[in-house]
Design a binder for this molecule. Sequence first.
Ligand SMILES: Cc1cc2nc3c(=O)[nH]c(=O)nc-3n(C[C@H](O)[C@H](O)[C@H](O)COP(=O)(O)OP(=O)(O)OC[C@H]3O[C@@H](n4cnc5c(N)ncnc54)[C@H](O)[C@@H]3O)c2cc1C
Length: 380
Amino acid sequence: MRIAVIGGGPGGLYLSALVKKVAPRHEVVLWERGAAGDSVGYGVVFSDGALGGVQAADPELFDRLIESFVRWESVDVTYRGRTLSHPGYSFSAIERRQLSRLLRLRCESRGVDLRFGTAAPPLPLLRNDFDVVVAADGVGSSARNTYADAFGARVEPRDSRYLWLATDRVFDALTFAVVETEHGPMQVHAYPYAPGRSTFIVETTDRVLRASGLEDPGRVPEAIARQFDELLDGHQLFCANPRWGRFLSVHNERWSHGNLVLLGDAAHTTHFSIGSGTKLAMEDAVALAMALTDHRRVPDALAAYQAARQPAVQRLQHVAETSRDWFEHVHEHVGRPPEEFALHLLTRSGRISHRDLPLTDRAQVDRVRAWFAEALATAS
Ligand SMILES: Cc1cc2nc3c(=O)[nH]c(=O)nc-3n(C[C@H](O)[C@H](O)[C@H](O)COP(=O)(O)OP(=O)(O)OC[C@H]3O[C@@H](n4cnc5c(N)ncnc54)[C@H](O)[C@@H]3O)c2cc1C
């Protein structure tokens, strides 16, 4: 089988490595328009157990990942001069560049044809030349947009604006901080991801951003640092390319169209406040690699992949949307005493909690482990 993969994010790279692991004779070509080593964003966080499926499918990769993980066990809420710690959680994070590097090495060692710094050829050409074309081209997926009707795509630009920064302040918890600026509230989602470094995502609404004048990229990150001076405690903010993003909510009724199939953010997004997009993209990769091996006919494989993934993804998207809505309406919650505010934030007004994540399905993890063990025995 010949498989074309558009996009070298975690989803596309992991799918390519897994397919070559269980079916070494398949040809897998991956195009990534960015250079090898380029990476958007700083650290990515995973809640405990979130990578159970990845561990089951590829224990060697998982061992490399955990060597690079930074771990912590608390969620802190900083509001009106108080930091309230909530222990009893379990999180890990990794630098996105390091995650990409480890995935790239897996692909290289297994013989994936990696074409970095190269945009994918036109879709009609790929769909004609390859048995399967995987659109792992991210939230802005042009493959999805080209066939939006066929996929039943819903792409909804939200009020949530964000800036993905890093700082040399090392947080020791997943930290949510809300400051009330003169123009309205702004919040930070921060956590450590590497020695001496933490992710620092600033989020606010369109209205607050415009009123504050911070939309102008020339004014960040120094101006941001002034808003969060207490939280930063004299530390610096870093950003190679300061640019405010807008969160896009992505849903697709159908995940494939002919031999073109969506994977990761191209298929679905979850708000970054629940830190699950990378895990979902990697779990999609596990399911698609299994389906492509189990089914001789491509349409059967793609239908099995959607059936395996869509319900679980929809459940997590529901949790993420509750969380996203809470942050988009944070102005309705400010003004409470810090203890009450922290409880509201952690449970998003009693509707969800980080303890609800990642909804790990142990039985599914066991099935993945058994499937890969058998597939590897057959392949060798
Ligand atoms: C602010 C923020 C914070 C986040 N934090 C977390 C977190 O803590 N934990 C977590 O799990 N997730 C997090 N996420 C989500 C996570 O980044 C995504 O879910 C994840 O990267 C999806 O992986 P992917 O492989 O589907 O797509 P991407 O990582 O977006 O990769 C898509 C790739 O396709 C390439 N591409 C696109 N078009 C073409 C083309 N035509 N030809 C060649 N290449 C192309 C792009 O260059 C890109 O490299 C966060 C997202 C945001 C916005």
